[in-house]
Design a protein around this ligand. Sequence first.
Ligand code: SF4
Length: 419
Amino acid sequence: MESLKNFLLLGPGPSSSHTIGPYRITQDFLSLIKDKEVTFIEVELFGSLALTGRGHLTDKIIEKKLLEEGYRNKIIFNIHKRILPHPNTMELRAYKEDKLVFSERYMSIGGGSIKKVKNKKDKPVELYPFTCCDEMKDYMSEQHIDDIYEVVEKFEDKDILDFAINLLKNSFNTIEKSLQYEGFLPGKLHVECIAKYIYKKASQHDNPYDKKQLLISSYAYATSEANARGELIVTTPTCGASGVVPAILYYAYKDEEYPIEEIAKAFLVGALFCTFIKRNASVSGAVHGCQAEVGSATSFAAAAYSYLKGLKTRQIEYAAEIAMEHFLGLTCDPVDGYVIIPCIERNGIAALHAMASYLYAKDISHFKESQISFDMVIETMRETGSQLPTTLKETSLGGLAISYKKHRKKRKAKYDLGV
Ligand code: SF4
């Protein structure tokens, strides 16, 4: 398993595989051509990058980087090529006048991670001596370790806690700023930002249960709306699903007054659980649908919060497992390719589901031995994801994306007829 530092990234929204990944790919390509004489760069996007790249701002982020570095450029959306090394593939070509001088093909493999197609089989540096949750538990029992954070501390750099605190401060700052925001999200869907109003509604509630649910929802909306505006976001584990983990941890910080150091330890433990998903399945919506993004984020949040609340390792695993189990099969069908509908509301609901998963782990796990392990649910997610049709994996060719279009047409027809 890789370092958590490769997993938790800070970068521009609204999609880790469609903005952070392509941004890092462009950076890498520019480093490869820095000694060459280049006058023009052509970028060709394939698969999900081509089908939803406009709504996900992929072209904007690449163009901005290339222009900043002084390169004229052209971006091509190739939606026809179907046989690809990865659903998020991209090729960059550097020209001197009209002569090709260099080219490279990359894959944006999810959560902002990238790979060159020709190095597809290269394995990342493995830092941990285990690759799944069962192996981690065996390791902990062999080493007589009870606290999962001790495992993180043992294998990561000395500054890992400061690294996590810094990311959390960024996330919390994003929530606080976004709770003040008034206006509409970019794009033609004309969706208004409502985190501020949800927060206000929460503050007016006398019922503590409703208040808590609405507060958490407002925090999730705040991050997800900032993400949809293309602001800087922490991949938890992706940008599209970035509302869930910060909502739960900000609630612990602001409303339950946990110290940031404690929250940072819980954040890293949650991330460790989520890396099992990345390692053994995927956190990319284009590969396994939204179960891989929002489902993974919910497992991350449920594990983090359960750790913060002092649950035992088997209960933390249970929380992470049920969080994913009940999102199995969740499709990725963003309307018009924007990370807005269903994404923002889904982050809010998922944050509440993470809280419910914690509650089950705390209060129900005593009555029964869980029949489903976290590793088992990851394997199921991977199999389910591979059976989902491409239309339901970040292509905007199926599901809500299509129903919404159909109904929009009907509404427009009625409006034109004056009905
Ligand atoms: S539906 Fe889920 S996976 Fe797809 S873009 Fe939205 S948040 Fe990401």
